[in-house]
Structure formats: structure tokens, C-alpha cells
Design a protein around this ligand. Structure first.
Ligand code: SAM
Length: 291
């Protein structure tokens, strides 16, 4: 039996054999540490009754470790040059399907329906291309597909912002937007040395556990997300100033102050001190005076 793909020797052999050159523009940093890959798969609780979606299989390093535990794997890869390589490296795993597609363009729900058969639950496990981390996460979260977990390797700084609690320096619109859909936890910090080529930033494994329903009652989700964005537009400004600059007309200042008083939120607070519950309360009231 051949060595795992994710060993430095085998990876170099595969790359050399196919004359593969990395495309920085596609965020191609491949993992060469089997232990770390196994920890990622374990964090997602993958079993043979479960199906897994992978984004960006590369030469199949993580795909292989997922395939050892999962019942079915469906991987989306944008780079055409990797398809013949994957066909060869993943040949021992017939329950893996590779789709040549930009995940951001994919109708994920439809492709899952077409490509996967019965499964107990579905999760995403991926070492994401860092240039599109947040668009991919939102594409998955907003897809309407009922994922159990999303376990991804991403930039450490982004993982910390996503999992941050109110009142901390990392807490921001990204934390609230993701936490609206999922419980978020940084599982592990990963050094640059386990990738080739090495990225410029440290990485982390982020685990999202999707909620059955949002933790707060929001009447208009689009407005709720607009409010959050506006409240964090300039971190050093008070909530009042951010809202007057980015969401509420200046001549509605008095009305806004009364409304903040009514929902019991001090206008001099900064956006990062408000909890999701406070944003929901504010959103449901503010929506009535903002078009
Ligand atoms: N999974 C492999 C590993 O861990 O070694 C490779 C991970 S590498 C960080 C990211 C992978 O995502 C690359 O294979 C890249 O070609 C692919 N990719 C980049 N943008 C993509 C997109 N929009 N849709 C699908 N795959 C993409």
C-alpha cells in the first residue's frame, strides 16, 4: 500500500510527476501533515454514515483522510489541472466524487441532491483557499443546506474574529453574522510549517455547529445585517455616530435617541459591546423608522 498523500515525500512525488506548479491566486497551500489532517476530520465527527462536502481538494491530502472515515465525499475543485491528479491519487476511494466547479458559483443544494445518496448527516470539512474564506463561508451558510458541522482551516486572525465574544477586540460584524447561523469555536492553532508552499499567516481550525434556528428573533434578516454592518463601520465611533453616518438620516437624530432609550441601549456605547440579542431588539424597532 502506498504512503498517505499528505506526507512530504509523496506530495513532492505527485507534484513532480505531474509537473504541477502552485497558483497563488487560487490560495493553493497544500497540507503535508497527516496528524493535523486526522485531527480536522475528528473535529467534524465524521463516520461512515455521514457524507462530507470538501471545498478545494488540491491533490487529495485532506480528501483521503476524510474518505477513510466518511460514507461519501463530494469535493468541489476550481483548478482543472488538478482533476487528472485527483483521479489518480483518489483511485482507491470510489466513494469520493470530484466536481470541477467554483464553489461560489455552485448551486450546492442541487449538486448534493444529484451526486449524493442516502446519508445520516452532512458536514463540510475543508482547508479553504484564504483569498475567499468569508465569501465561501457565507455561501455555505446561506445555501439553505442543513449541514451539521462546518470544520475549516482558515487564517488564524479570521477564525478568532468569527468566534469572538462581545466586548473583546476581535468581536465585530463577522462574529455576529456567523454566530447568527452557528456556534463557533477555534479548535486549534496551526503553524505555517505544515503547508507547502508556506502561507504568510498562521492558521486555525474553526468548528461551526449549525443551529436549528437563529438564537434571536429577527423580523427582517436583511435589515439586521445592514444594521450590524453600519454599527461596526468605524470601530472607534459610538453606536449613535455610526448609525447617523451609515443608516439613519441626520434629521432623525431625536427619533433615534428616543428609540435607543426605549430599547434600553446607551447611545454612547460602541458597536462591539452590544450582544446579538441587543442587535435583534434594536433591529426590530429601528426597521420601523428607517426605510
Ligand atoms: N485540500 C488541499 C489540502 O489541504 O492540501 C488543498 C487546500 S488549498 C488551501 C485550497 C484549494 O482550493 C486549492 O486546491 C484550490 O485550487 C481550490 N480552490 C480555490 N478557489 C476555489 C473555489 N472558488 N472553488 C473551489 N475550489 C477552489
Amino acid at each position: 500500500m502506498s504512503k498517505d498523500i499528505a506526507t512530504p515525500v509523496r506530495t513532492k512525488e505527485i507534484l513532480q510527476k505531474h509537473g504541477f506548479t502552485f497558483k497563488k491566486s487560487l490560495g493553493q497551500n497544500f497540507l503535508i501533515d497527516t496528524n493535523i489532517l486526522q485531527q480536522i476530520v475528528q473535529a467534524a465527527g465524521v463516520t461512515n454514515k455521514k457524507a462530507v462536502i470538501e471545498v478545494g481538494p488540491g491533490i487529495g491530502a485532506l480528501t483521503e483522510q476524510i474518505a477513510k472515515s466518511a460514507g461519501q465525499v463530494l469535493a468541489f475543485e476550481i483548478d482543472q489541472r488538478l482533476l487528472p491528479i485527483l483521479q489518480e491519487t483518489l483511485a482507491p476511494y470510489p466513494h469520493v466524487k470530484v466536481v470541477h466547479q467554483d464553489i461560489l458559483e455552485a448551486d450546492i443544494g442541487r449538486i448534493i441532491e444529484e451526486q449524493l445518496t442516502e446519508y445520516e448527516s452532512l458536514s463540510v470539512v475543508a482547508n479553504l483557499p484564504y483569498y475567499v474564506t468569508t465569501p465561501i463561508l457565507f455561501h455555505l451558510l446561506e445555501s439553505g443546506v442543513r449541514f451539521e458541522h462546518i470544520v475549516v482551516m482558515i487564517q488564524k486572525e479570521v477564525a478568532e474574529r468569527i468566534a469572538a465574544k462581545p466586548g473583546t477586540k476581535d468581536y465585530g460584524s463577522l462574529s455576529i453574522a456567523v454566530q447568527y447561523y452557528a456556534e463557533s469555536k477555534v479548535e486549534k492553532i496551526i503553524p505555517k510549517t505544515v503547508f507547502i508552499p508556506q502561507p504568510n499567516v498562521d492558521s486555525a481550525v474553526l468548528k461551526l455547529t449549525l443551529r436549528d434556528k437563529p438564537p434571536v428573533q429577527v423580523n427582517d434578516e436583511a435589515f439586521f445585517f445592514r444594521l450590524i454592518k453600519a454599527s461596526f463601520a468605524q470601530r472607534r465611533k459610538t453606536l449613535l455616530n455610526n448609525l447617523l453616518h451609515n443608516l439613519v438620516a441626520k434629521d432623525q437624530k431625536e427619533e433615534l435617541l428616543q428609540l435607543l432609550d426605549h430599547v434600553q441601549i446607551d447611545p454612547t456605547r460602541r458597536g462591539e459591546t452590544l450582544t446579538m440579542e441587543e442587535y435583534a431588539r434594536l433591529s426590530n424597532e429601528l426597521q420601523k423608522i428607517v426605510g
